[in-house]
Design a protein around this ligand. Structure first.
Ligand code: IDP
Ligand code: MG
Length: 136
């Protein structure tokens, strides 16, 4: 088992729906460690960089507008296999596919506004943590 760090974003809908506490509770109850946390409004250029792999796709403009429209909570989360473990806790991207018991499965009802981001690989995690937590 490898100790990993992953970037988690509690998206604007999580903040607006007052679900940050519930989501953080799930992360902590699972035994993961929160090693960085801050609330911020993401600049458009940073969101475009973060989601560069999706540039040009039909949903990209809406995604960037959503992610930059109001404040988010950024978390750096650490633990054994934290990257895959967080993806499991999050559930599948699309709200209709996310299993009950997962964060998206229990609370998301929109494709774009799906409450939470989590890095999908060690390479993404390194890149995204550098973008949002350069101080770590
Ligand atoms: P992920 O967040 O589960 O890693 P990605 O495929 O990386 O999913 O997509 C990034 C984000 O873009 C999703 O979480 C969701 O907010 C949004 N998104 C992805 N695909 C679609 C789509 O087909 N329609 C609308 N929004 C989408
Ligand atoms: Mg992704």
């Amino acid at each position: 088992m490898a100790v990993e760090r992953t970037l988690i974003i509690l998206k604007p809908d999580a903040v607006q729906r007052k679900l940050c506490g519930e989501i953080i509770r799930r992360i902590e109850n699972k035994g993961l460690n929160i090693v960085g946390m801050k609330m911020t409004q993401i600049p458009v250029a940073t969101a475009e960089q973060h989601y560069a792999e999706h540039a040009g796709k039909g949903f990209f403009k809406d995604l960037v507008a959503f992610m930059t429209g109001s404040k988010v909570v950024l978390l750096a989360v650490e633990g054994d296999e934290a990257i895959g473990l967080m993806r499991t806790l999050m559930g599948k991207t699309k709200f209709t596919d996310a299993a009950p018991g997962t964060i998206r499965g229990d609370y998301a009802y929109s494709f774009t506004e799906n409450l939470i981001h989590g890095s999908d690989s060690p390479e993404s995690a390194a890149r995204e943590l550098k973008l949002f937590f350069p101080e770590l």
